[in-house]
Design a protein around this ligand. Structure first.
Ligand code: GSH
Length: 237
């Protein structure tokens, strides 16, 4: 049995972190049994979540975990993909996980309106972790300070609100343009890249944050039906 160490569910999401949702979606797509438990970043091999425990081994990073799962359980999902499709998947994956991710982070942690939406959820999670009430606000603010520092070092934190919305909008538009009327990223059947695409689109479209990227994504009917289809197929059964 695989144990997935994760954060916590919030809103209608199986987890706050799109990387956790990506991994769990992959496990469901591949039909691999797992159990999810609350994780502690301090115990994680890369000091980030998700990580997994499998056969006594700890593995960090959603993509390395998926590589491990593929080599252990086989890979039926991507078997039909050619080298061009694999290259396209790798490009979209980088754009989503290494750029769109920071746009989402900015919205949740740096933007004051986003922070107002986010704090009650964080306080609730800290309460669930038995953190005493007077400390919850302090801990949330200290995590926010650290994430703002990360965003500044990475670069996204130096952009204006409008610039961040413009970058995020361009990315969701390019996902929509690529997918067209296809039910999955590469046509009919979902492949591994769909776990990433679904997790990050759902983190934008199925959460209560009101911002330009979400407003734009909502105008793209193929993305709405894609997210609903993936959710129905892997999460609502
Ligand atoms: N490349 C990693 C990214 C994971 C990641 O960034 N996790 C964040 C949450 S979304 C985290 O654990 N942050 C905690 C920290 O940095 O202290 C993956 O694919 O798993």
């Amino acid at each position: 049995m695989i144990t997935v160490y994760k954060f916590a569910s919030a809103w209608d999401q199986p987890d706050l972190s799109p990387f956790v949702v990506k991994l769990e979606t992959y496990l469901r797509m591949a039909g691999i049994e797992y159990k999810g438990v609350p994780g502690d970043v301090r115990k994680a091999p890369k000091k980030k979540l998700p990580y997994v425990e499998h056969d006594g081994r700890l593995i960090g990073d959603s993509s390395f975990i998926i590589d491990h799962l593929k080599s252990t359980f086989g890979d039926k999902l991507d078997v039909g993909l050619g080298s061009t499709e694999r290259a396209v998947a790798a490009s979209f994956q980088s754009m989503i996980e290494e750029q769109l991710y920071f746009i989402i982070l900015y919205q949740r942690w740096q933007d004051d309106g986003g922070w107002e939406t986010y704090t009650p959820v964080l306080r609730e999670i800290l309460a669930g972790a038995h953190v005493p009430a007077p400390l919850r606000g302090l801990i949330a603010s200290s995590i926010r300070k650290g994430i703002k520092k990360t965003l500044r070092a990475q670069g996204t934190g130096r952009h204006t609100r409008a610039e961040v919305d413009a970058i995020g909008t361009r990315i969701v538009q390019s996902i929509s343009d690529w997918m067209g009327a296809n039910p999955s990223f590469f046509g009919q059947n979902p492949t591994t890249i769909d776990a990433t695409v679904y997790a990050f689109l759902s983190a934008i479209m199925d959460t209560p944050f009101v911002w330009g990227v979400k407003t734009h994504a909502e105008k793209l009917p193929n993305l709405r039906s894609y997210v609903d289809r993936m959710k129905g197929r892997y999460w609502l059964r």
